[in-house]
Design a protein around this ligand. Structure first.
Ligand SMILES: C[S@@+](CC[C@H](N)C(=O)[O-])C[C@H]1O[C@@H](n2cnc3c(N)ncnc32)[C@H](O)[C@@H]1O
Length: 259
């Protein structure tokens, strides 16, 4: 069983320092290739998620729509639709991490050539897979960066975390949420699609309890905490939560309160 008392390792702190906003490299819109300033990745990725996201042999098998459908108990299209419904042609969108299957192409296609789709991820093999999906779409830009520290030149119309928060340690959740809120425009929107506390009657609740105990040490936090609790200045924003599939999933939409 994985140690659920995981704390940020020194190597993670060093990684975060190396990639602090003050030191991150500005990337021009014309540069669509990965920013690979450092090949180091947070230690939780190799210690907890090596098989799922880091090891290329596993990643080759996992990066398929059917895997996403199975992992999400057939709610994949429903959850993706919630996100895609928020995307309009011409928008500038930042998705904080790669997702298996065709989601990234669907978002990039929807913003169209008048828009821009920026995708960050922290793992080189995920960046490579993203390139294989997005290189034919000039509106897409792929950046190897930690979502906790990525800084764009311009604010985004839409910033989305699709199933990332439950996979990152608590201090990362705080920093990713704050950074997403910091990168959205005054009138823009931040959305989170992720796990939530399932209803007690839901059979999936008991499956996920086992999964979280053995494979997902950072996921239970989203059963205990609202996503807004991770924001340093939650009171400055309007938070709207919708739960789906008997509370197993949530979609949270965040907009800035009028001043
Ligand atoms: C979005 S989450 C889970 C997605 C979902 N389970 C799926 O079907 O792919 C997985 C991705 O998050 C990336 N990731 C993990 N920590 C990250 C971070 N701090 N910044 C950016 N990407 C991160 C991993 O490399 C991986 O590609």
């Amino acid at each position: 069983m994985i140690d659920t008392t995981y704390e940020t390792a020194d190597s993670d702190r060093q990684f975060a320092r190396q990639h602090s906003p003050a030191q991150s490299t500005a990337i021009s819109p014309a540069q669509r290739s990965s920013h690979t300033g450092s090949q180091s990745i947070p230690s939780y990725m190799t210690e907890v998620y090596d098989w799922a996201y880091v090891n290329p042999s596993w990643v080759r098998w996992l990066d398929h729509d059917i895997v996403v459908k199975t992992l999400l108990f057939c709610n994949d299209r429903r959850l993706m639709k919630r996100y895609l419904d928020r995307v309009q042609s011409g928008m500038h969108v930042w998705q904080v991490a790669h997702v298996y299957g065709d989601l990234v192409q669907l978002v990039a296609q929807r913003v169209g050539q008048e828009g821009r789709f920026d995708l960050t991820d922290v793992t080189p093999i995920q960046i490579a897979h993203a390139h294989s999906k997005l290189d034919a779409l000039p509106q897409a830009r792929i950046i190897q960066q930690d979502a906790a520290v990525f800084q764009a030149e311009h604010a985004y119309d839409l910033v989305c975390s699709f199933m990332l928060l439950h996979e990152i340690p608590e201090d990362w959740k705080h920093r990713v949420v704050d950074n997403m809120l910091a990168q959205v425009s005054e009138s823009g929107e931040v959305i989170f699609v992720d796990y939530h506390r399932p209803a007690v009657w839901h059979p999936v609740r008991y499956i996920l309890q086992l999964v979280n105990r053995w494979l997902e040490p950072f996921a239970n936090a989203l059963w205990e905490h609202e996503i807004r609790e991770y924001a340093s200045h939650a009171e400055d924003y309007q938070w709207t939560k919708e739960t789906l599939f008997g509370g197993v999933y949530q979609m949270v939409r965040v907009t800035r309160k009028a001043k």
